[in-house]
Structure formats: C-alpha cells, structure tokens
Design a protein around this ligand. Structure first.
Ligand code: PEP
Length: 258
C-alpha cells in the first residue's frame, strides 16, 4: 500500500516570519488520520525554526536541495548530513529549476542522490521530461535518459527509499496543468520503467508524484489516478487556505476539472 505524499515546494519564497505564520494557520487543519504524509520544503534557513514548531505533529519539513558533499569548503551549499541531524526525512533532488537554471547535470544529481541515501535522507528524485512528438500524433516524455544517469550506482535495496516525481516541463510554474491523461500516462511510464530496471515488486512499492500546476481544483482527480501517489505543488502551496484544501483533498468533491 503506497501512502500518498503531498509536498509543498516553496522555492525561494517566504521568510521565517511568513513561514511560521503559515504553520500557525495550517497546523490545526492537518488531515486527521495517518493515511497520507504532508511535507513542506521551505528555504533552507527556515527549516530549523519550522522543525521546532512541527516536532509534535505529523507535518514534515524537508529540503529543496542538498549537496553531494557533507561538509567542507563548499560555500553556499547545504549539507544533507546536517539536514538529517535536524530530523529531515526527505530532500528534493534534480528539480527542473536546478537543472535548467543552475545547470545541474545528471551526474551531479546522481552524486547527491547517493549521498542522501547514505545519510539516511530519502531523495525525491524529480524527472521533468520535455514533450516530444513521436510519429504524427503521439507524444512521449524524454524522462528516461534522466533516470539512466541519475540512478547509477544506487543499490537495488535502496530504490524503495526513493520517491520519484514526474513533472512535464511545460506545466511547471505555468499555472496551466498538464491534462489528466498526460499526468497519468507519464507516471505510468515512469513506474513501468522502474519495473523494467528493478523488477515489478519494487516498482509497485515505489511512490510516484505528479508535479505541474497542481491546485485545489485538480488535486483530487490527479490523486485518484492509479499510478499517482502524491503531488509536488509549487505556486498553489504558498497560500495557506489553498494548502489546507489540498492536504485535505480527500474531503473535496471529485469533479471533472481537467
Ligand atoms: C514545482 O515547482 O515542482 C511545481 C510543480 O511548481 P508549480 O506547482 O508552480 O507548477
């Protein structure tokens, strides 16, 4: 049984005061049961003050990024070992913006994944394929070359500790989500690919998130898809009311909005 995972990626938004005010608004509205995991990835400096507030709650505070090295002369980098020491359980790695803007290569992301696994922090490995036309009418996503390289050297028994995400490049931050079929199809292909590489049982247990303009109106439909185990939410997660609705998506009406 794959436990749903809802991740808010705040990117470079919210100072400490704003982050704590957000917690104040949402903590009393966390889903009542233990049926899903909810996580917020704030800017790195907000992790510690937020961790102190959420300690007795199921809400997780996680990393948006971390280095492949754990300490040393790496100015500006974030140590995954030190995130682990704070009690952080997940770190996002290979987000589309890290790849596009900061030119992170598959090899760099691979090193970061290996380090995070070694330090006991679960990587959320982002894949962000570009849409390609195959033949005259069919499209596919070029995510699998990213998988080839980023998973090099990951021991098979560690694959279960990785969460994967599928984010169509054109839907990230666009305010325009991918259509439901694209979201479903991408996540299904990703699971099939993991199955081919690591076997069916591992693929059935691994969680796959969809990301790209998720909002309170489309989340329930996305979460109903068999291969979508959670969502990565950027812009819509910055508003506390929206976030409360999304983490409680199971209570919302299932409507055809995509
Ligand atoms: C993201 O940053 O991973 C993302 C999906 O952003 P948005 O929800 O704004 O598209």
């Amino acid at each position: 049984m794959r436990k749903p995972l809802i991740v808010a990626n705040w990117k470079m938004n919210k100072n400490v005061d704003e982050a704590l005010a957000f917690l104040n608004d949402v903590l009393s509205e966390l889903p009542a049961d233990d049926k899903e995991e909810v996580a917020i990835a704030p800017q790195a400096f907000a992790i510690y003050p937020m961790m102190k507030v959420v300690r007795q709650t199921p809400l997780q505070i996680i990393g948006q990024n971390a280095a492949s090295k754990c300490n040393g002369a790496y100015t500006g980098e974030i140590s995954v070992r030190d995130l682990a020491a704070l009690g952080v359980n997940y770190v996002m790695l290979g987000h589309a913006e890290r790849r596009e803007i900061f030119k992170e290569s598959n090899q760099t992301i691979n090193q970061k994944i290996l380090t995070a696994l070694r330090e006991g922090v679960k990587p959320i490995v982002c894949t962000n394929g570009k849409r390609k036309l195959i033949g005259r009418h069919n499209h596919c996503y070029s995510i699998f070359s990213q998988l080839d390289n980023v998973l090099t050297g990951v021991p098979v028994e560690q694959v279960a500790n990785i969460v994967f995400s599928f984010e169509p490049t054109e839907a990230i931050g666009a305010g325009k989500h991918a259509d439901l079929d694209t979201a479903k199809h991408g996540c299904r292909l990703l699971r099939r690919e993991i199955s081919q590489r690591y076997g069916r049982q591992i693929a059935e247990n691994v969680r796959i998130l969809y990301g790209g303009s998720v909002n309170p109106d489309n989340i329930r439909l996305l979460m109903a898809a068999p291969d979508i185990d959670g969502v990565l939410i950027g812009r819509a997660s910055l508003d506390a009311d929206n976030f409360i609705r999304m983490m409680n998506y199971q209570r919302t009406v299932l409507a055809r909005v995509m």
